[in-house]
Design a protein around this ligand. Structure first.
Ligand code: ACO
Length: 323
């Protein structure tokens, strides 16, 4: 059977690093509060010349270089983002043009922080359906542009960045020993749409709007939703937490990551944590964390890796991949 195998990874971060202490003169907060409640120590913030398209392009080029491929080898670009360069066209199309790719097709996916997990699942279906052989899956965000910088309860949490994967069609035997995407589980529930949203948009206010979040409410639902969707993925693949080599969760809050891993029985040393370095980069957080753990040699060919995310909507999901 056809499997979607990871061929390369890449990442890109804005030049400017903003430390927790840099907020102290802007809003009433402290390095200690931010670090204790979230695990975040710093985040990257995009300059005017750094956009979702430029960061996505840089991450895509890094993933292509890692794969030993060029844009000519790619059939499809799926970009997960909630902070597109423009309302339309899709920022994926702009990245396609920046890469000098004038064949194939490209589109954006919007599932907020779960965007990358949705995008990998979608790319896998295009590959297994025979519509594409090689797909660039990108998560790129510039959440700094939609933050209310006077709201301490949200502005300290988010950062900008991009990560990318190249997925390629390969042959598998149909067992979980195969390399590639092995199982996935996606969910959404719009009854929670007002707990984490942006208060503007083309069809309502005609403005871009700012991010609003009832953090405590999101926290309350996060661990249960994450563990449910992961258990569904384990059962689809016929595995348990002990079979995993690495858990790469959405990087929103260290406390949510720790509580989820504990509830699932995933050992602490198998959890990839980068929230301290990047903050919450929404759809970019999982591919950024992946690229860190691949670059430092933790994630290796043949490892069983679980990706997970939960975000606005709510949306949530998990994907199991053999590297
Ligand atoms: N500095 C200092 N104090 C603060 C700050 C700050 N930056 N922000 C809030 N506070 C205060 C609050 O005003 C509150 O004060 P009060 O008790 O006098 O009212 C107090 O700190 C406690 O606030 P809580 O909101 O209860 O703090 P909590 O421990 O829940 O932590 C946090 C807040 C970090 C936002 C947490 O709720 C969280 O991580 N929620 C989940 C966020 C998340 O996972 N989002 C995922 C998806 S993101 C996406 O999809 C885009």
């Amino acid at each position: 059977m056809i499997r979607s195998v990871v061929r390369g990874t890449g990442a890109a971060l804005p030049r400017r690093i903003m430390k927790n202490a840099d907020f102290e003169g802007m809003v009433e907060t402290s390095d200690e509060w931010i670090a204790q409640r979230t695990g975040i120590r710093q985040r990257h913030i995009a300059a005017d010349d750094e956009t979702t398209a430029s960061l996505g392009e840089a991450a895509a080029r890094a993933a292509l270089a890692d794969a030993g491929l060029t844009p000519d080898d790619i059939d499809l670009i799926v970009l997960a983002t909630s902070t597109p360069n423009n309302t339309f066209p899709a920022t994926a199309v702009e990245i396609q043009d920046r890469l000098g790719m004038h064949h194939g097709f490209a589109f954006d996916m919007q599932a907020v922080c779960s965007g990358f997990v949705y995008a990998v699942t979608t790319a896998d279906l295009y590959i297994r359906g025979g519509l594409a052989k090689r797909v660039l899956v990108i998560g790129s965000e510039t959440f700094s542009r939609i933050l209310d910088w006077s709201d301490r309860s949200t502005c300290v949490l988010f950062g900008d960045g991009a990560g990318a994967l190249v997925l390629e069609a390969g042959e598998g035997g149909g067992t979980i020993a195969d390399r590639g995407v092995l199982a996935a589980s996606l969910r959404s529930d719009g009854t929670h749409k007002d707990k984490l949203f942006v208060d503007g948009g083309p069809s309502t206010t005609g403005t871009v709007g700012h991010l609003r979040m009832e953090g405590r409410e999101v926290f309350k639902h996060a661990v249960g939703m994450i563990t449910d969707v992961i258990e569904a993925t384990f059962s689809a693949a016929g595995i348990t937490a002990d079979d995993l080599d690495w858990f790469v969760p959405h990087q929103a809050n260290k406390r949510i990551i720790d509580a989820s891993a504990k509830k699932l029985g995933i050992a602490e040393q198998k959890v990839v944590v980068t929230v301290n370095l990047h903050g919450n980069t929404s759809a970019a957080s999982v591919p950024l964390a992946l690229s860190v753990a691949v670059a430092d040699g933790r994630i290796k060919k043949g490892d069983l890796v679980l990706l997970e995310a939960m975000g606005g909507g709510f949306t949530w999901g998990a994907v199991l991949v053999r590297w």
